[in-house]
Design a protein around this ligand. Structure first.
Ligand code: SF4
Ligand code: F3S
Length: 104
């Protein structure tokens, strides 16, 4: 499965959601997650993300995020249409140490 990682926090561009053939993205206040149990590993969302936040769960960068994707996917609403990114999304792009800013 693919999962969303730290780079998405406060960027939330949402370019990923409409390309997913199985609609397995879920929306939090400032972050999106993939339900790794619904993802069919097609890989089409990965290059769509301007923040390079999406990785296969086999990637070391995703290791700490798979459980969080699964957990939040269980409580957040499904999202299938791209909404507006936060006004300051570009300012947060690529910033380190955003994990603590994730709104659960
Ligand atoms: Fe959806 Fe494919 Fe991305 Fe999985 S890899 S979340 S199925 S677009
Ligand atoms: Fe996040 Fe990238 Fe999608 S910033 S909302 S994973 S396009």
């Amino acid at each position: 499965a693919y999962v969303v990682t730290e780079n998405c926090i406060k960027c939330k561009y949402q370019d990923c959601v409409e390309v997913c053939p199985v609609d397995c993205f879920y929306e939090g206040e400032n972050f999106l997650v993939i339900n790794p149990d619904e993802c069919i590993d097609c890989g089409v969302c990965e290059p769509e993300c301007p923040a390079e936040a999406i990785f296969p769960d086999s990637d070391p960068k995703a290791a700490a995020w798979t459980d969080a994707n699964r957990q939040y996917a269980g409580s957040w609403p499904n999202i299938t249409r791209k909404g507006d990114a936060p006004a300051d999304a570009d300012e947060w792009k690529g910033k380190p140490d955003k994990t603590k800013l994730l709104s659960p």
